[in-house]
Design a binder for this molecule. Structure first.
Ligand code: NAD
Ligand code: LMR
Length: 341
């Protein structure tokens, strides 16, 4: 027996007594889809998005196990209506009318692998999902989590270009976990609450392309060379630290779900019209000569409204930037060629 909430429904079909297009307090509520919702990231992400008061309708899509995840999450007594969608034949229904699509679909690393080792499988998954987004919700904001992010964002851009729907402002690679880690590790060194720390992390989302700008940390602090080495290494290899600790059972899922929700919430507040929302993300950019780069971006109703300059870098950061750009250029090219060839 398929639970009722699992069947694709028309808007307003769920409950006749309330409107689902308004969040509590009369503010607009948004329709959000998670693609890969039954996975290690997808499940806690779905739970946290069900708790987000800005979400009025939550669509959970995966190629496996969405009935169970949807039944489970739909019992939470929060405002969002949850609907599940299983398999490619339900992908269009999962995406129709959606304001924000979050994509954690794809395979994770095992010890000894780089994120680029995931390219062969995840590139195809991202391509398929983005083709459906272009058809069913071309105006949606897309938060792309699937690795290797340095290549999957260029893949998504090429798919949207081909479909004639590409809007660089609406495609954002999620690098928030790097910022979350940087804030945590820096706070440990400073001996302060991580919520009071802000570390810009620029570049990309893999190894040396992850560039924490420790010279711009808030609150301002002058680190010793040893502290800079330790922090840069730990932030750049935070993902590998988790992969190794999980010993074959996957990569970061819980901290990633937290970071994804933090980022999605910023996108939704920006869509609502809140001012002054600035987050780091991997986006189409002119900050460097590369077509994509992660840096601080001001978010608004249309997605990325402005990309902030990198600000003054010290010698250590300038050197890191040059190394990062070389690797990033190759990852971007690999993503673009995957679609063009
Ligand atoms: P997982 O294997 O636990 O879950 C992935 C889910 O994707 C599974 O439920 C699977 O069924 C689903 N899936 C596979 N193909 C699909 C398709 N065609 N359509 C829809 N769903 C599909 O993996 P995870 O731990 O959740 O990680 C997912 C991805 O996120 C990996 O690529 C991982 O490397 C990446 N990741 C990125 C960051 C980041 O900071 N951007 C952080 C952590 C993980
Ligand atoms: C992370 O940074 O945790 C993710 O990119 C997953 C990984 O493979 O490290």
């Amino acid at each position: 027996r398929i639970a009722r909430h699992f069947l694709p429904q028309a808007e307003g079909d769920v409950c006749l007594r309330r409107s689902h297009c308004r969040a509590k307090g009369g503010a607009p509520g948004f329709k959000v889809a998670i693609l890969g919702a039954a996975g290690g990231i997808g499940q806690p992400l779905a739970m946290l998005m069900k708790m987000n008061p800005l979400v009025s309708v939550l669509h959970l899509y995966d190629v496996v196990n969405t009935p169970g995840v949807t039944a489970d999450i739909s019992h939470m007594d929060t405002g969002a209506v949850v609907r599940g969608f299983l398999g490619q034949q339900q992908l269009a229904d999962a995406l129709t009318g959606v304001d924000l699509v979050i994509i954690p679909a794809g395979v994770p690393r095992k010890p000894g692998m780089t994120r680029d080792d995931l390219f062969n499988i995840n590139a195809g998954i991202v391509k398929t999902l983005c083709e459906a987004i272009a058809k069913c919700c071309p105006k949606a904001i897309v938060n792309l989590i699937s690795n290797p992010v340095n290549s999957t964002v260029p893949i998504a851009a090429e798919v949207f270009k081909r479909a004639g729907t590409y809007d660089p402002k609406r495609l954002l690679g999620v690098t928030m976990l790097d910022v979350v880690r940087a804030n945590t590790f820096v706070a440990e060194v400073l001996g302060v609450d991580p919520r009071d720390v802000d570390v810009p992390v620029v570049g990309g989302h893999a190894g040396i392309t992850i560039l924490p700008l420790l010279s711009q940390v808030k609150p301002p602090f002058s680190f010793t060379p040893k502290e800079i080495e330790y922090l840069s290494d730990r932030i750049q290899n935070g993902g590998t630290e988790v992969v190794e600790a999980k010993a074959g059972a996957g990569s970061a899922t819980l901290s990633m779900a937290y970071a994804a929700v933090k980022f999605a919430d910023a996108c939704l507040r920006a869509l609502r019209g809140d001012a002054g929302i600035i987050e780091c993300a991997y986006v189409a950019s002119q900050v460097t000569e590369l077509p994509f780069f992660a840096s601080k971006a001001r978010l608004g109703r249309g997605g990325v409204e402005e990309i902030l300059p990198l600000g003054p870098l010290n010698d250590y950061e300038r050197e890191g930037l040059e190394k990062a750009k070389k690797e990033l250029a190759a990852s971007i090219e690999k993503g673009i060629s995957f679609i063009r060839k």
